[in-house]
Structures are given as C-alpha cells and as structure tokens.
Design a protein around this ligand. Structure first.
Ligand code: FES
Ligand SMILES: [Zn+2]
Length: 130
C-alpha cells in the first residue's frame, strides 16, 4: 500500500492522500484527517463506498458523486459520513457499499439509487441527533 499527498478530500476538498487499489484502476482519494476522524466517531451513520478498481469500472464514481450531492443538498454531509474504501471482495456485484452501523451491504448501485440513499440517510433520526 503506497500513499502520497496528491488529491483532495472528497468531502471537504482539503488536501488528502491517495491509495493504490488492489484491483487496478485509478488510486482512491482518501478522506483528509479531519473528515476521517469525524467519520470514525462511534455509532455514526456512515457509508463505506467501494472505490476499488472493479467497482470503479462498474460505475462507482458517478454513484459516489450522486450520494455526496444528495447529502450536500440535504445539508447532511456533517451528520452522515461517506468513506471511500478499497475492494470489499464483492467485485462481481459492484459498485457496492456498506452501511454502518447497520452493516447492510448494497450491491449494483446506480447513481439514482445512491441519490435516494443520501436522502434516506439525511432523514434518518440518527443523523439528526445533534
Ligand atoms: S473493487 Fe469493489 S468489491 Fe472489489
Ligand atoms: Zn475532508
């Protein structure tokens, strides 16, 4: 695993590191330190979104952007974390993501579905608690 500072955090735009993926494709732009710390808070609603090579080839990028856009529209990017991650060993079903703390996995995600997910998460009462 190699890291280097070359990209910007997909959430806030601060400089962030990238990480090469295990299944090829473009390197993953990781969260900046601030966003990562926020994302790791216990019990927090978050979406681990696979940006590995196979998922990227299956259309993860537009779905990931659609999720971020919809959370941004709902003003919920502070309350719900989106974390780009590497391969989750579900390459056949990509794009995939895992919802925490519920531990649900979603497969073959389309941008439209991702946008709906963002709206649903923004309305989740756990996202409003603060
Ligand atoms: S690249 Fe996404 S599950 Fe393997
Ligand atoms: Zn950030």
């Amino acid at each position: 695993m190699t890291t280097r500072a070359a990209a910007s955090c997909p959430i806030c735009g601060q400089p962030a590191r990238t990480r090469a993926t295990v299944c090829g494709g473009p390197a993953i732009a990781l969260l900046c330190n601030d966003c990562r710390q926020q994302a790791m808070a216990k019990g927090r609603l978050s979406v681990q979104f696979c940006m590995g090579g196979c998922c990227a080839r299956a259309g993860a990028r537009p779905a990931f952007e659609a999720l971020l856009d919809s959370l941004r529209e709902e003003d919920a990017l502070e309350a719900v974390s989106v974390v780009p991650v590497d391969c989750m060993d579900l390459c056949q079903d990509g794009p995939v993501c895992r919802l925490l703390p519920d531990r649900k996995t979603a497969r073959r995600i389309s941008p439209a579905w991702a946008a709906r997910l963002g709206k649903d998460l923004a309305r989740d009462r756990r996202a409003r608690r603060k």
